[in-house]
Design a binder for this molecule. Structure first.
Ligand code: UDP
Ligand code: MG
Length: 318
């Protein structure tokens, strides 16, 4: 097997036929040695049925159904673990990442790169809020992370078998896949593309999931937030010192010091700092807990693939 295409899908019933069409065209040059892995991440619509249906016309298609919704990064991991190709191409199901870029990515990999990632030069049809938060997120993440993580880059990429095996050898449960590929090393190169608007349906990343994803990424790639606690404590000790001078001065100069405002302010500021640092500790301890439990990341409920039998008839096995 030369090429594996991995696509996590959650409630992508409407985009699926278009996705399969465009993928089939994109993999045409390698079609006898390619597979398309669609991972149904606990969809509640007809995504799984659509996968089975598409298999009737596309023998390269393999379907993998998760036992329940595990999230984009875990679904992608499941697909990557099942992939058998020497080169692995991953993209979103909503056609925001153009499958046609595969040809250029393949050519770049031929020149010896192990990871060819797509960098979003522009993002059409996404809300200002999404673009702004993504912009801040990638820059903040880079300021904190110990390995440089390419900016404005999603999981849309083509990777070599050895790069993938390196990522799959990482046992962590909080998976930030684009960062894990960056950490692996080897020769990596970006290719710019215009990110199209979502083809159909709506985003599966509401603000809540985006925030979780961002906190996962930062805690997985940096211990700087932990050090922030120490720095904040220095700052608050400094401020407390200054306040002490002020309090003594007013004790000596005036008879009474009616300073309830400063007391309230001080309590608010210091308890704020304390809660923040406790929160940061909590995030890391929570992650240690999850890693320590060492549960499997996902379970596959069903696998469906087309087998070519001796008489070369196609049949779908579900
Ligand atoms: N996705 C998934 N599980 C989830 C959420 C999303 O498999 O819990 C898939 C989704 O079907 C899509 C990809 O992850 O193929 C990216 O999601 P989406 O396009 O909704 O994110 P956005 O582009 O809005 O950030
Ligand atoms: Mg999308």
């Amino acid at each position: 097997m030369y090429l594996s295409v991995v696509v996590p899908c959650m409630n992508e019933e409407e985009s699926l036929p278009y996705l399969v069409d465009r993928l089939v065209q994109a993999i045409e040059p390698y079609k006898d040695r390619a597979e398309i892995l669609l991972v149904d991440d606990g969809s509640t619509d007809g995504t799984w049925a659509a996968i089975i249906k598409a298999q009737a016309t596309c023998p390269q298609l393999r379907g993998l159904r998760m036992s329940s919704n595990r999230g984009h990064q875990i679904a992608l991991t499941a697909g990557l673990e099942a992939a058998r190709g020497a080169r692995i191409f991953m993209l979103d199901a909503d056609l925001q990442d153009p499958p046609e870029l595969l040809a250029d990515m393949m050519a770049m990999m031929d020149r010896g790169h192990d990871v060819v990632y797509g960098r979003r030069a522009e993002r059409q049809g996404e809300t200002l809020f999404k673009r702004a938060t993504a912009h801040v997120f990638y820059r903040l993440l880079n300021a904190m992370s110990d390995v440089p993580i390419p900016k404005d880059t999603g999981d849309f990429r083509l990777v070599s078998r050895r790069a993938l095996d390196a990522v799959l050898a990482m046992p962590e449960k909080a998976r930030f896949i684009r960062g894990m590929f960056a950490w692996v090393g080897y020769s990596q190169i970006g290719i710019e593309y215009a990110r199209a608007p979502r083809h159909m349906g709506e985003t599966k990343y509401p603000f809540r999931k985006m925030l979780r994803f961002a906190i996962d990424a930062m805690t997985a790639f940096s211990t700087k937030p932990l050090k922030l606690a120490t720095r904040l404590s220095f700052v608050s000790l400094g401020v407390a010192g200054l306040m002490m001078i002020y309090v003594f001065r007013s004790l000596i100069l005036y008879q009474t010091a009616p300073g309830w405002a400063s007391v309230v302010l001080a309590i608010a500021a210091f308890s704020g700092v304390q809660l923040l640092t406790l929160g940061i500790l909590g995030e890391y301890i929570g992650r240690l807990y999850v890693e320590a439990k060492n549960r499997p990341l996902y379970f596959v409920a069903e696998e469906s693939r087309t087998v070519v039998d001796a008489s070369a008839r196609l049949q779908t096995r579900a």
